[in-house]
Design a protein around this ligand. Structure first.
Ligand code: GRF
Length: 200
């Protein structure tokens, strides 16, 4: 399968997915990276992998809709079977979601539907929850919603900060995302309404 990655920054989830394609855990290839920040670390990774990337920055466009059109065109040019949002800090345009139904996956560093949006780990620490984690889900048109594919829980300790909790969650994000991409590429995921079966 052809995997296209959308990322905005560091790209450690992207790296985990790419590694899994190289060592054969995932039956697929990362065919491209689309990034909305010219100085993002993920672009250096893509270069190292020998994978093409496209940079599209909102500020270079007249408005959001022109940006969304360009994102869609770029995405189509890679002919992806699967789009993985991996630290992509934007809400996808509806044009993209409609063009790739049930083919866009996101990872969020909280147990959805809790703590949607930015700074999910900080939200969890501030709320005083004792368990948080990460969620991999198909992307719907709302913010961090869409059918949940898998979740992994981690404990939240009394002395956690946003940074220590984020580290603990990130360690679970990489294998969780890889397991989902593996299952997707093996055609093991089935969506019925809001429910996904085929893994846990
Ligand atoms: C991860 O915590 C991911 O869940 C969130 O943004 C972070 C991205 O990290 N959406 P990286 O760019 O994959 O290293």
């Amino acid at each position: 399968k052809r995997i296209l990655i959308f990322a905005s920054g560091r790209g450690s989830n992207a790296e985990a997915i790419h590694e899994a394609t190289i060592d054969g855990r995932v039956n697929g290839t990362v065919v491209g990276v689309i990034c909305d920040h010219a100085d993002a670390q993920v672009l250096k990774r893509a270069e190292r992998w020998g994978v093409p990337s496209t940079v599209l920055e909102l500020k270079s466009f007249e408005n959001k809709s022109a940006f969304n059109d360009a994102i869609l065109e770029a995405a189509k040019s890679y002919q992806p079977d699967l789009i993985c949002l991996a630290g992509y800090m934007r809400i996808c345009g509806e044009n993209l979601i409609h063009a790739f139904p049930n083919r866009i996956i996101n990872i969020h560093p909280a147990l959805l539907p809790s703590f949607r949006g930015l700074h999910a780990q900080r939200q969890a620490v501030e709320a005083g929850v004792k368990v948080s984690g990460c969620t991999v889900h198909f992307v719907g048109t709302g913010l961090d919603d869409g059918p949940i594919i898998t979740q992994v829980a981690v404990p939240v300790y009394d002395d956690d900060t946003e940074a220590t909790l984020a580290d603990r969650i990130l360690q679970q994000e990489h294998p969780a995302y890889v397991r989902v991409v593996t299952a997707f590429c093996a055609d093991q995921l089935h969506i019925e309404g809001h429910h996904v079966s085929g893994m846990h």
